[in-house]
Design a protein around this ligand. Structure first.
Ligand SMILES: [Zn+2]
Length: 348
């Protein structure tokens, strides 16, 4: 179908904004005149032009706009934010027909862009590839409806489901390959924040930065209840914005923000609500077992990546366990390594 073809192109364009648009949603737009694409655009970066603005700007012969259709994956905005409303721009440019993937779920906007366009006498079609368009902005919807970031859990395990040896010497079991390491760094770049537990911060001393991929470093999050983490750890080097959740009072310093929470209560809901306030739209949980299992047990996850290596460890730290009631699971094979991607749709 013609309409679906162009909305698909909108989704494809929108995805280019993955690493830079948060806390905004990813959006793509295409302008079509006489069966030909005359303009394209997507939301590149938070604070900059919306997809519709960029698409309209890309049209060379603007006289064609009067008989064009604009396709956009998400309802055009109708409120003044950092930029003027896109619905107004579409009206001003006299574009007669608007095809929209899905309505904006954000209460301030929802339905009002469509209403504005219809009141201006424009033909508006809503709900083309609606599910795909909602999937595209699932991070944005999760933050704004569930009031927590979109959560991705990630771990590597042996063929017999151990994530590490029982360690006394500090040397971890090698369960990753150069390719999977690169994928981990890509995931880091695609998330606003990355979190590890105290034990992982000490045993692995990870820097949690993006090195084998391009993109910005995520905000680092670590738990340190009694503030006993050695300051020599990479995670406390102050090179990257870092949040430290603790029960102690501690002044924040350059890039290191200490946040006091109540460790006698369930800490995950407290952390989620602080991340929501900070508009952190997505968080990658990289371990260890205890933290990953805590997220699973609290039903606080949206996606899981498990890298299963052919190596057998026979004993050690058991991999986290996840129940079977998720929406779908996909397996990808890299040589003898299997990457399981489990997804649960919590936005039904
Ligand atoms: Zn807009």
């Amino acid at each position: 179908m013609e309409e679906e073809k162009y909305i698909k192109r909108c989704i494809q364009l929108a995805k280019n904004g993955l690493c830079n648009v948060a806390p905004n949603p990813m959006v793509g737009a295409v302008i079509v005149c006489d069966g030909r694409i005359i303009g394209e655009g997507y939301h590149i970066r938070c604070g900059e032009g919306h997809a519709e603005v960029n698409a309209i700007r890309s049209v060379k012969d603007t006289s064609l706009l009067k008989r064009s259709t604009i396709y956009v994956s998400l309802e055009p905005c109708s409120h003044y934010g950092k930029t003027p409303p896109c619905a107004d721009l579409i009206i001003e440019k006299q574009i007669p027909r608007i095809v929209i993937g899905c309505q904006d779920p954000f209460s301030e906007v929802s339905g009002r862009g469509i209403k504005k366009l219809r009141e201006a006498g424009r033909e508006v079609i809503v709900g083309v590839l609606e599910q795909e368009c909602k999937q595209l902005i699932r991070r944005f919807i999760t933050l704004n409806t569930l009031h927590r970031p979109y959560i991705t859990l990630k771990w590597a395990e042996s063929a017999d489901h151990f994530i590490d040896r029982e360690r006394t010497d500090g040397i971890p079991a090698v369960l990753s390959s150069p390719l999977s390491t690169m994928l981990v760094h890509k995931k880091r770049a695609e998330n606003d924040a990355i979190m590890v537990g105290r034990r992982t911060a000490i045993l692995d001393n990870p820097s949690l930065t993006v090195r084998n991929w391009y993109g910005k470093d995520p905000v680092r999050i670590v738990l340190d209840r009694t503030l006993s983490l050695p300051t020599s750890l990479h995670i406390l080097d102050g090179n990257v914005a870092t949040l430290i959740f603790t029960e102690k009072e501690h002044p924040s310093q350059h890039n290191l923000t200490y946040i006091k929470i109540d460790f006698t209560q369930d800490i995950l809901p407290q952390i989620m609500s602080i991340l929501f306030q900070r508009k952190i739209q997505s968080v990658l949980i990289e371990g260890g077992r205890q933290l990953l299992q805590a997220f699973i047990n609290s039903n606080l996850w949206d996606e899981v990546f498990v890298e299963q290596c052919p190596t057998m460890l026979h004993s050690g730290v058991k991999a986290p366990e996840i129940s079977n009631n998720f929406s779908y699971s996909v397996e990808t094979h890299f040589g003898r390594t299997i990457l399981h991607h489990i997804h649960e749709n919590k936005l039904k």
